[in-house]
Each structure stands twice: as structure tokens, then as C-alpha cells.
Design a protein around this ligand. Structure first.
Ligand SMILES: [Fe+2]
Ligand SMILES: [Fe+2]
Length: 212
């Protein structure tokens, strides 16, 4: 299998666990509001690094997980640098944004103590990575030159991160992980398909009445 074919198999596996595809209306809004999308995207990359570190601290006794997360966090910080550089190249300046509903609402569906919390955190991270991989794939062909290639590469990385997180989830709860993934995937799908107030990398499509 060629390297490119291997990459698209990885991305297809990540996308296949999602319960609903991204609505086309979200793709169109994202393409037409690139500065807004990029600002949130840069933020998502640094949040991904920060969440990985938080998980590392929370389960420091799990050394294989800690090592995998240390590497993953470095990769996410590198993504952050790449997005910020692409923004500079496109003349998109920094602006502060209010966070969207996705991460906060998804977190509410997770169990807050163990047993259960570790599995839920791993599965939520796996779902976020899978959704990111799906959206990078959808956006890559619609992006201007410096971003098209970057988004294609990021789609591959996030699909690999999906596999990493879901692999650890399987190890933590071999009997339970699949059913729980299904429950959280249903919530995740709802969050990216129902009308949303703000455009964000993981938002739903915008409300019809949205004019700002
Ligand atoms: Fe990333
Ligand atoms: Fe990632």
C-alpha cells in the first residue's frame, strides 16, 4: 500500500466512527469566514496540547499513556505554530474569541470521577480528533494554497491521534469502551449538526437568523 493510501485508510477509519457527517452548510460557512475559522483552529491546536498534558497529569501512573501524550502534545503545539504562520501569511491578525459550545457541552456528557472518567476523557478526545480529521478532509480542497496542503496533512495527523486515543480507551475498558463510544458519539454528532450561534471549527451550522 502506498503511503498516501495508508493515510486515507487511517482517516476513513476515524471518520467511520462518527455518527453524523458534517453538514454542507457548515463547510460553506467555514470557507466564507476564513479568519474566524483560523482563529478558532489555532486555539483548538493549543487546547489539544493542553488537554493532552492535563490527561498526562491526571493519570501520571500510566507511563505508556504519559509517553504517548507527551509526543502528541508536542505535535499539537507544532500544529499551532503552523496555523499561526499560515494566518500571518494570509494577513489574518489575532482577535480574542468566545469559546464555542462544543468542548464544553461534550465535557458535560463525561463522568466526573473514576471509574469511568479516564475512559470518557479518552473517548471524548478520540471523537474530537475524528471530527477534526473529517473536517480537515472536507476543507482541504476548498482552502487557498498555503492552507490546502496543511489541512490535508493535519487530517492525517488527527486521524492518527484518533487511533491513539481509541487504542488507549480499548485498553482501559475492553468490555465497555465500544458501547460508551457509541453514546458519546451520539452526543457529539448532535453538537455538530444542530444550529449553532457562532462559527467555530467544531460548531454546528449557523442559525438561519445569524447576521453578525
Ligand atoms: Fe492538531
Ligand atoms: Fe490531534
Amino acid at each position: 500500500m502506498s503511503a498516501q493510501a495508508a493515510r486515507s485508510v487511517g482517516a476513513a477509519q476515524a471518520v467511520s466512527i462518527l455518527r453524523a457527517p458534517t453538514p454542507q452548510a457548515w463547510v460553506e460557512a467555514a470557507v466564507s469566514r476564513l479568519p474566524e475559522l483560523l482563529l478558532d483552529h489555532a486555539n483548538c491546536e493549543s487546547k489539544a496540547a493542553s488537554s493532552a498534558l492535563a490527561l498526562m497529569f491526571a493519570y501520571a501512573e500510566d507511563r505508556p499513556l504519559a509517553l504517548a501524550l507527551a509526543r502528541l502534545a508536542r505535535e499539537e503545539l507544532r500544529h499551532f505554530e503552523q496555523v499561526v504562520r499560515a494566518m500571518s501569511a494570509l494577513g489574518v491578525g489575532f482577535a480574542r474569541q468566545r469559546p464555542g459550545r462544543y468542548a464544553q457541552q461534550l465535557r458535560r456528557a463525561l463522568r466526573s470521577s473514576d471509574p469511568g472518567r479516564k475512559l470518557d476523557l479518552l473517548l471524548a478526545a478520540a471523537l474530537i480528533e475524528a471530527r477534526s480529521a473529517e473536517r480537515f478532509q472536507l476543507l482541504a480542497p476548498r482552502m487557498p494554497a498555503p492552507l490546502a496542503r496543511l489541512y490535508q496533512d493535519l487530517g492525517t495527523s488527527e486521524a492518527r491521534h484518533f487511533e491513539l486515543y481509541s487504542g488507549f480507551a480499548r485498553g482501559v475498558a475492553p468490555a465497555e469502551w465500544q458501547a460508551r463510544l457509541g453514546e458519546l458519539a451520539a452526543r457529539e454528532a448532535e453538537l455538530v449538526t444542530t444550529p449553532d450561534r457562532t462559527l467555530r471549527f467544531h460548531s454546528g451550522p449557523l442559525h438561519c437568523g445569524h447576521h453578525s
